[in-house]
Structure formats: structure tokens, C-alpha cells
Design a protein around this ligand. Structure first.
Ligand SMILES: *Cc1c(COP(=O)(O)O)cnc(C)c1O
Length: 548
């Protein structure tokens, strides 16, 4: 058999030999050694990159980089061997990717992951199970049901009899894996929609007949969803996909602590109920860990309102869900157990690799409203997990989660959660102790927002007239926007930015710096360095333009 692996001068050809080499498992020692070498190169090559580039990314701009990626033809014959491809990824791609594992990267919900995740993910790929059906996954579907029941138990605590009955019950479903939080939220609203417009006499249900027929059958003019102003945009996206229209997401005002204002919620419901249109309130979405501020809606109170009004209560705990691991802080999510459904992301505070989302439902029959069957998979009465799932084929992410739970233990995850919350609290104190910074949203979990605001303006603002206030805030917004950009471009550290409406500091939107502390290597001294750098940038480049 010709082997051009050991003959670098020979051109690569896409022939049958080449094909066999990429498909067959290597039997001889030499090939095994080669593969192990590649694995090592991959693990340690990347480890080296992640260690070396403490900063976020190399200086080259995206525009410059994109010049190298303009060829739109697929090569006829192979261009590279595996070894070269790996080398290229390590040498040319990784250095220009973003080192999200850096402890100085505190701007987003993507961060370092435990090293074992890489191994687990590799095993999942190697096994290549398809969890859409048991015929392509067998025991893995059973593992998935078990791990879903474990997380369900953490959220809903319905007692051992309940879990005994449902953990491996093929007729019931406690939850479902999704691509991410967006698709989990979409699934939740899909379920709420189908449950509300269920089949009845002379009506086959909204899933079969569509919205106009459903509204006619139920005597409804429109359908709305209530969510706090801080709800993730995936809620709006979901209503778009579901054909309800994203104008039907009604933002409920928040209180001074950035939590859904219960009075406002009740008021909105009253107004809707007494309005001229026959309106169906499909769901109330409560957030457990708002993307921008990390704040948590009053879940218990919302659940009560939802219950009294017969409305589906969905909790978007994409970010905050794993707080339940922490004995110290799980009280923050109190009320989540009364919800009808809960979104949690695996790739956020379960520290799983991209991507993994999950949706949990209190009632094990609720997901029946999205069931689909076909003749070749997902047959009636089968165990196939694809029956009640937005996805078709999908990877066995449940194996990664299950193993991670075993390696970490609830207490291991609790340590991460506690560290994030406590470090964020210390960071908030540090911000408040510096006269040129202003804490905007104090951390409830491990997310906070603040802005650069020189002492003299902090003094001036409260007493300023409306126009003056607006002018000062306009300048501050510009400054903080530039500050964030300059710091990001310098590449030593990364804090993100957003704009917050409805706040105590300004009637208009204000630009804030946002930090998310989830990397266990991010400690107080690093955060101080980040503030020092920001102060330096502001003094060197920005404060001269401010009003006096
Ligand atoms: C991240 C996030 C989402 C979206 O999740 P993706 O995994 O990015 O699709 C939804 N809601 C909240 C609160 C989030 O933090």
C-alpha cells in the first residue's frame, strides 16, 4: 500500500488508499504512535497557546486576517495531512482566536473550562452516538434520562417516589437537551403555545392547524408573553419563530434592583384583561440571572401570579441555574421549583464546552404537546429521545454532563459558584472604593456593571438639571464606549459593555462596563489590575474631552 505519509515530497491525491487511511483505525504500532503524537500536539499545543497568550488576542485586526480567507474554491485533491492541519490550527488559527480561558477575560459568559471536558468531548465524538433514537445510542439514551432526572431533582425536588417512577419511564419526559439557551427558551414557549391551544372538539390543535384556526377555535384575538425588560433577546426570537410575532412580548418594568416589578406585572395583566381585545397571556418569563446584570426576578411571587391567572411560568435560568448547587446561595433562586419550565445552559455555569442547553419541565407529560412520530424513527411508544425534541440528530452531550457531575460533585460546582459570587462582591467593593468609578448594578450573582465617572462629575450629577444631566451622561457614554474598545484592542484584558435603560442614574440609556466572573483563576488582584488599566486609559486618552 502506497503511503505518502512518510514521503513529504509526494503530492497528495484523493485516492482509495487515502480514503482507507482516514477511515480505518490504525492497527500497527507506527500508526498508533503517530495518532498519539497528534493527540498530544492538540492537547499541549493548545495548552501552550492558552498559557502563553495571557492577553486576549494577537494584535492583527479582523480585517487584515480576513484577507487570508478569501479563496472560495474547494481543493480537488487533499491540501494537507492531519499533522499539518493540526499544526496550522495551533500555529495560525488559535493565536488569532480569543483566549476565553484567560483570567483577564471577564466580559462574557464564556470562559475557562476544566481540562477534562476536552477528553469527554473527544470520547463523545469517537463514539458518535445519535441520541435522536435508541437504535443509534442504546444505553446512552438511558444515561441521558438519568442525568436529566438528576438535574430535575435539583430544580424541582419532587421526592424519591416521583423520580423512581419517572427516571427511566419511556412514557414521560422530565427534560430535553437542546443546542443552547435560545433553543431551550424556544422549546419552552413552543410547549406553552401548544398546551394553551390544545386539540379539542372540531380542532386538531395549534401545531396541526396553525395560529388563525387556533385563535378562532379558542375565541382569541392575540397572544402575548410577559417578560422583564431584561429578558434575553431569545424570548423575542422565539415568538418570531413561533409565528406569534415578537411585538407580542410585553416588557414588564423592573424595580430599583433590576428585578421584575410585581406591581407592574399585576398591572399589565389587569390592563390586558380589561382591554378591548380578547388576549391570551401565553407565558410569564422570569429570569434567574439576567444576561446583562445577573439579577434574579422574584420567582416565588411571579409563580403565584402565574398560578392565580392560569399562565405558564417559564424561568430562564440559562445563566443562574447552577447556583442551586450552592447551599449558601441557592435561596436566591427560591420559587424556581414552582415554575412550569426551566432553561439551563450546560456551556455556561456547568462549564461544558460549546454548546449545550437544556429545558426542564415540572409536569412529566407536558412535553407530549410537542411530540412527533415517524415511521422509521421515533415510533409510537419507543424510548427514542427525539420524539419530544426540537432537534433531530444530536450528540450525546448528556455523557459529558453526567461525567462532569461525577468528576466535580455538587460541592465542586458549588465552590465555583461561591467563588464567582464572592469575587464579584469584592470587585464591587473595590469599584466603590475608587473615586473615579461608579458601581451601576451591584452583583447578586457573579455579574456586575459599572462605569468610569470622574469624581467631580459624580458630585455634579445628582444636583444637575435634566438637560445638564443628559449632556454629562452623553459624554460619559462616549468615554466608556471608547474605554472598553481601547482596552479590548490592547489585548491584555477584556470587559464587555452594554447599555442599561430605566436606572437610577439617568432617565436615558447609559453605557456601562459589564464583567462576568466565572473563571476560578480570576481573583481580586487581577480585577484591580483591570481597573488600574482602565484608569490609565481614561487619563491618557479620554478625560480631556469631558465637561469640567
Ligand atoms: C445566554 C443566555 C441565553 C441564550 O443562551 P444561548 O446558549 O446563547 O442560546 C438565554 N437567556 C439567558 C438569561 C442567557 O444568559
Amino acid at each position: 500500500m502506497a503511503d505518502n505519509r512518510y514521503n513529504p515530497t509526494k503530492a497528495l491525491v484523493a485516492d482509495w488508499n487515502h480514503l482507507m487511511r482516514v477511515f480505518l483505525r490504525p492497527e500497527d504500532d507506527a500508526s498508533r504512535q503517530t495518532l498519539i503524537k497528534y493527540m498530544e500536539q492538540m492537547l499541549f499545543g493548545l495548552h501552550d497557546f492558552l498559557k502563553k497568550h495571557v492577553g486576549i488576542t494577537e494584535a492583527k485586526s479582523l480585517k487584515e486576517l480576513s484577507e487570508n480567507f478569501r479563496n472560495t474554491l474547494i481543493s480537488e485533491d487533499p491540501e494537507k495531512k492531519l499533522a499539518d492541519v493540526i499544526t496550522c490550527l495551533i500555529k495560525e488559527i488559535a493565536p488569532h482566536a480569543v483566549n476565553v480561558a484567560s483570567p483577564y477575560f471577564v466580559g462574557h459568559m464564556t470562559s475557562a473550562i476544566p481540562f477534562f471536558m476536552v477528553h469527554l468531548k473527544a470520547i463523545v465524538s469517537a463514539l458518535n452516538q445519535n441520541v435522536v433514537k435508541v437504535e443509534t445510542s442504546k444505553v446512552v439514551s438511558v444515561v441521558e434520562k438519568q442525568v436529566i432526572a438528576k438535574i430535575h431533582n435539583m430544580i424541582y425536588r419532587r421526592g424519591s417516589l416521583f423520580y423512581e417512577e419517572h427516571v427511566q419511564n419511556t412514557e414521560t419526559t422530565l427534560g430535553v437537551f437542546t443546542e443552547g439557551g435560545t433553543t431551550a427558551n424556544l422549546t419552552a414557549l413552543w410547549v406553552a403555545r401548544n398546551a394553551k391551544f390544545a386539540p379539542k372538539e372540531d380542532f386538531e390543535g395549534i401545531e396541526a392547524e396553525g395560529i388563525p384556526a387556533a385563535f378562532a377555535a379558542y375565541g382569541v384575538d392575540r397572544c402575548v408573553i410577559l417578560a422583564s425588560r431584561l429578558a434575553h433577546y431569545s424570548v423575542r426570537k422565539s415568538t418570531g419563530v413561533l409565528g406569534l410575532g415578537n411585538n407580542t412580548v410585553i416588557p414588564v418594568d423592573i424595580d430599583d434592583d433590576y428585578r421584575m416589578d410585581i406591581g407592574a406585572l399585576k398591572r399589565v395583566i389587569r390592563e390586558i384583561r380589561s382591554g378591548p381585545q380578547r388576549t391570551c397571556i401565553l407565558a410569564i418569563v422570569g429570569i434567574a440571572g439576567a444576561t446583562e446584570t445577573g439579577t434574579i426576578d422574584p420567582l416565588s411571587e411571579i409563580s403565584q401570579v402565574a398560578h392565580e391567572n392560569g399562565i405558564h411560568f417559564h424561568v430562564d435560568a440559562a445563566w443562574g441555574g447552577p447556583t442551586l448547587f450552592s447551599r449558601q446561595y441557592r435561596y436566591l433562586l427560591d420559587g424556581i421549583q414552582y415554575s412550569d419550565s426551566v432553561t439551563i445552559d450546560g456551556h455556561k455555569q456547568f462549564y461544558m464546552p460549546m454548546t449545550c442547553g437544556m429545558l426542564y419541565v415540572r409536569d412529566p407529560k407536558l412535553l407530549d404537546v410537542i411530540a412527533y412520530h415517524s415511521n422509521y424513527v421515533n415510533r409510537l411508544g419507543s424510548v427514542d429521545l427525539g420524539i419530544r425534541s426540537l432537534s433531530g440528530s444530536r450528540e450525546a452531550n448528556s455523557l459529558v454532563l453526567d461525567c462532569a457531575l461525577k468528576i466535580m460533585g455538587a460541592n465542586g460546582y458549588a465552590l465555583l459558584i461561591n467563588h464567582g459570587i464572592e469575587t464579584a462582591a469584592a470587585f464591587a467593593e473595590e469599584i466603590e472604593s475608587r473615586e473615579n468609578f461608579q458601581l451601576i448594578t451591584p452583583p447578586v450573582l457573579n455579574i456586575l456593571t459599572y462605569r468610569y465617572c470622574p469624581a467631580h462629575l459624580q458630585e455634579k450629577l445628582p444636583a444637575a438639571g435634566e438637560e445638564e444631566k443628559e449632556r454629562i451622561n452623553w459624554h460619559l457614554n462616549m468615554l466608556n464606549r471608547d474605554l472598553q474598545r481601547i482596552q479590548r484592542e490592547a489585548g491584555n484584558s477584556f470587559v464587555s459593555r452594554t447599555a442599561l435603560r430605566q436606572n437610577a442614574f439617568s432617565p436615558a440609556e447609559i453605557v456601562v462596563l459589564r464583567s462576568v466572573i466565572m473563571n476560578p483563576m480570576t481573583g481580586k488582584s487581577i480585577l484591580k489590575e483591570i481597573l488600574d488599566e482602565q484608569e490609565q486609559i481614561a487619563e491618557d486618552h479620554l478625560t480631556a474631552k469631558l465637561p469640567v
